[in-house]
Write a protein that binds this ligand. Structure first.
Ligand code: HEC
Ligand code: HEC
Ligand code: HEC
Ligand code: HEC
Ligand code: HEC
Ligand code: HEC
Ligand code: HEC
Ligand code: HEC
Ligand code: HEC
Length: 512
């Protein structure tokens, strides 16, 4: 601490001396700059970068060196290695907060931005490479925007009221963070100057969320702004580098929710321990695979179901109703079904009972099977014993779907055969498309849990099966016709050849 203070005092006096020197006409590159650039710490890449910078950037570098804000070759090398765009480099060279806090000769430990924080034992959030990519830094808000103070002064710390000066308390009691960030983000007049389309409701939503409630109650394990967005290196949510970019959300949430030790003690409303399997189950689910393995941004990440700030998404009364925002038809069909009433009565979440919530798997006809352990049968055996229509309907759906899909498979093979024989298979292919579409629709229409509605979806399928039978017959007739035609042609050709042969023989014998 004393050493650090001495270094700062030393720098302060140096900075004052520097002011006088800056008045002299610059003779670039000054011997001081030349000396730093000659140091082996400044590699060829840094030289090339520096040489390509505009004159203004060179001028500002000279000024920073003359002002002794940049004194060491290592410090200069680290800054050049960031390869900032020229305008960002120029802003950085005028920002004393940035320059002092990236100087390894002034800072050690917690307050130094280092190109490799892990190696130097600095906190992870003091990463020099990341801070210059931060959306705030790039928009010119820089250090002083968040931390207060005058970035042009030799050293001026003027922390906002929400910043806890006791660094131990700052790290253990995280209640200050939402206020710290929201003095800008909840101020719509301020935010509008930068981005009129940016919502300013994060704090309000956050406070309603379980995270906000738990934090306010004094438990700092709950997520707050920096747990999800990071500290120095925050990116716009639409950037693939952002920790809240869809494909990165699961790991961001999972950092806590998959950590059983951290989550120990939290309970579900029924008193059982809060599960920590969400990330694992999600990764293996249809949604997780679609998003994380195939990059399908239409598939939900954690926040699509739980809300961006883990407050309930505004369009639903309960997370359990979120599915229908994407699977609208399943929701509508379900609403009109006999299940709706039964599910409300039993307080069963509408989709999760049958599909799960985090471990949603690809569906199959087997779910409808008449086996005692299968989905529909198991529940009806327990809750619908006096209504035989439940099991009968499930069994009917199963048989119908199996029938349609067996026909689809069989006619697909047969159409192939027709095509291989050189006959026109196009009309069959058209019918196969209708059949396949009808099968798909029917699998969806089971959600009406009603025979007649379901039958409307299977009807086009049955019709195309009937057509396929006809088309195949016609194709076979065609084949027979062609074969007979071929046989006749062969016989005629043979006859012709025989006649020719006879004629040739007669001519030959006539010659003799
Ligand atoms: C000349 C060097 C220098 C300049 C310029 C400077 N700082 Fe600092 N800063 C320090 C030192 C040294 C410390 C550590 C002091 C301590 O441990 O109490 C520090 C501490 C901090 C802290 C941590 C405070 C805490 O409570 O632990 C923050 C945040 C900070 N500075 C931000 C800034 C900002 C923003 C600016 C520009 C407005 C700035 N600094 C300018 C040297 C500087
Ligand atoms: C988006 C707002 C924001 C910006 C911009 C920002 N900081 Fe910070 N800074 C924070 C927050 C929040 C913390 C506390 C991190 C924590 O406790 O996890 C912090 C912590 C610090 C610390 C204390 C480190 C510690 O853990 O004790 C220093 C020093 C610091 N910042 C300096 C800077 C400097 C210098 C810049 C500019 C290069 C800067 N900050 C830019 C928000 C910001
Ligand atoms: C000095 C005011 C200020 C403070 C304090 C501040 N921000 Fe920002 N923040 C902004 C501005 C301005 C933008 C850029 C808006 C733009 O250009 O689109 C921004 C952008 C962001 C974005 C990117 C939004 C997007 O998707 O484009 C996130 C995330 C963010 N801030 C989070 C934070 C967090 C977390 C903190 C606290 C550690 C914080 N901010 C503190 C003003 C601030
Ligand atoms: C539980 C994680 C989490 C917490 C806590 C959190 N955010 Fe966010 N934040 C997100 C996600 C996820 C998005 C949206 C990403 C997207 O649009 O796809 C987001 C988006 C944003 C945006 C972009 C604009 C918007 O609303 O979509 C800003 C700004 C922002 N957050 C600031 C904050 C601030 C300030 C806090 C603290 C009060 C905070 N966030 C707390 C996860 C979080
Ligand atoms: C910093 C750690 C942390 C991060 C990161 C985090 N959470 Fe949480 N979350 C918690 C804690 C702690 C609770 C409180 C548990 C409780 O009260 O039951 C919680 C509660 C929740 C709850 C309510 C659970 C319940 O029913 O009680 C949901 C839902 C949730 N988080 C979703 C998310 C999502 C989605 C993300 C990512 C966008 C996320 N969390 C990121 C720590 C975190
Ligand atoms: C497809 C929607 C969906 C996705 C994606 C999703 N969840 Fe959930 N989550 C739910 C539903 C539904 C519940 C049950 C809510 C209820 O019972 O009120 C739930 C419950 C939770 C709970 C409460 C404890 C529990 O397990 O019941 C936590 C914590 C949670 N989710 C975190 C996450 C995290 C972390 C992710 C991402 C890895 C995630 N969720 C992805 C829909 C989803
Ligand atoms: C953000 C939109 C979105 C939300 C919300 C959503 N899903 Fe999905 N879901 C998809 C997409 C996209 C696919 C397709 C993935 C694929 O084909 O690989 C899918 C696939 C499925 C499948 C597999 C379908 C099949 O062909 O086998 C089921 C079942 C499913 N979702 C159920 C649910 C349930 C239950 C919920 C609510 C807990 C839910 N979904 C919430 C977008 C969403
Ligand atoms: C009573 C059990 C049950 C309920 C409730 C239920 N489903 Fe299904 N769902 C199934 C079965 C069984 C299948 C598979 C049908 C097949 O492939 O033969 C299925 C298939 C699906 C499919 C894939 C077929 C398609 O429609 O694209 C999606 C998506 C789906 N369900 C979403 C939902 C959503 C969303 C809800 C809530 C509104 C829901 N399900 C409610 C049993 C159920
Ligand atoms: C979680 C339990 C549960 C599951 C799973 C379930 N059901 Fe039901 N089902 C019920 C209950 C309860 C009723 C209402 C019985 C009553 O009130 O007569 C019902 C009623 C029905 C009815 C209405 C019968 C009538 O009166 O017309 C049909 C059809 C039905 N279920 C089909 C299915 C199919 C198909 C599946 C599998 C995809 C399925 N159910 C899965 C609990 C369930």
């Amino acid at each position: 601490m004393m050493r650090r203070l001495a270094a700062v005092l030393c720098l302060l006096t140096a900075a004052q001396r520097g002011v006088g020197r800056a008045d002299e006409p610059p003779t670039p590159p000054s011997s001081a700059l030349a000396k730093l650039l000659a140091d082996p710490a400044v590699d060829a890449k840094a030289h090339a970068y520096f040489d390509a910078l505009p004159a203004r950037a060179h001028e500002l570098t000279e000024k920073a060196i003359a002002g002794e804000v940049v004194t060491g070759a290592q410090h200069l090398a680290a800054i050049l290695s960031l390869a900032m765009p020229p305008s960002v480099f120029e802003a950085a060279m005028e920002d004393r907060c940035f320059l002092c806090h990236s100087d390894p000769e002034v800072h050690t430990g917690d307050t130094l931005f280092s190109p490799d924080p892990a190696a130097g034992g600095h906190p992870k959030h003091m990463d020099l490479t990341k801070v210059v990519q931060d959306v705030h830094f790039r928009r010119g808000l820089s250090c002083a925007g968040c931390h207060g103070g005058d970035p042009t002064a030799a050293m001026d710390h003027d922390h906002p009221a929400s910043w806890p000066t006791d660094s131990d308390r700052r790290h253990t009691d995280r209640r200050w963070i939402p206020e710290f960030c929201s003095r800008c983000h909840a101020d719509s007049a301020f935010m509008r100057q930068f981005n009129p389309g940016m919502p300013t409701d994060q704090l309000a939503k956050y406070r309603q969320s379980q995270h906000g409630i738990v934090l306010a109650a004094g438990d700092s394990r709950a997520a707050q702004c920096v747990s999800c967005h990071g500290v120095h290196g925050i990116q716009g949510a639409k950037s693939p580098r952002s920790s809240v970019y869809p494909s990165r959300v699961p790991e961001t949430c999972g950092a806590c929710h998959a950590d059983a030790k951290l989550m120990a003690g939290f309970k579900l409303p029924d008193g059982s321990p809060l599960p920590t399997n969400q990330l694992e189950e999600y990764r293996a689910s249809v949604h997780g695979k679609a998003l994380l393995e195939r990059g399908d941004l239409g598939a939900p990440a954690c926040n699509d179901c739980h809300g961006n700030h883990a407050a309930m998404p505004p369009q639903v009364a309960s997370v359990a109703e979120i599915c229908r925002t994407c699977h609208a038809r399943n929701g509508t069909l379900f609403d009109g079904s006999k299940h709706k009433e039964a599910f409300v009565k039993h307080h069963w979440p509408e989709c999760n009972v049958c599909h799960g919530k985090h471990s949603i798997a690809r569906t199959s006809d087997a779910m409808l099977a008449p086996d005692p352990g299968a989905l529909c049968q198991a529940c009806h055996d327990k809750y619908a014993t006096n209504n035989p229509a439940c099991k009968a309907t499930a069994t009917y759906f199963h048989a119908e779907l199996l029938g349609l899909s067996a026909s689809l498979a069989s006619f697909t093979d047969r159409a192939e055969l027709v095509a291989r024989r050189g006959l026109d298979a196009d009309p069959m292919h058209d019918q196969l498309l209708t059949l396949s579409d009808s099968l798909k629709q029917s699998r969806s229409y089971i959600h009406a849990f009603d025979r007649s509605e379901f039958n409307q979806a299977t009807a086009p399928g049955h019709a195309s099966i009937a057509s396929l039978v006809e088309l195949e017959k016609a194709a076979e007739g065609d084949l027979l016709y062609r074969r007979v035609g071929l046989a006749i042609a062969v016989v005629l050709i043979a006859l012709l050849m025989l006649l020719l042969w006879l004629k040739v023989r007669r001519m030959e014998s006539g010659d003799r």
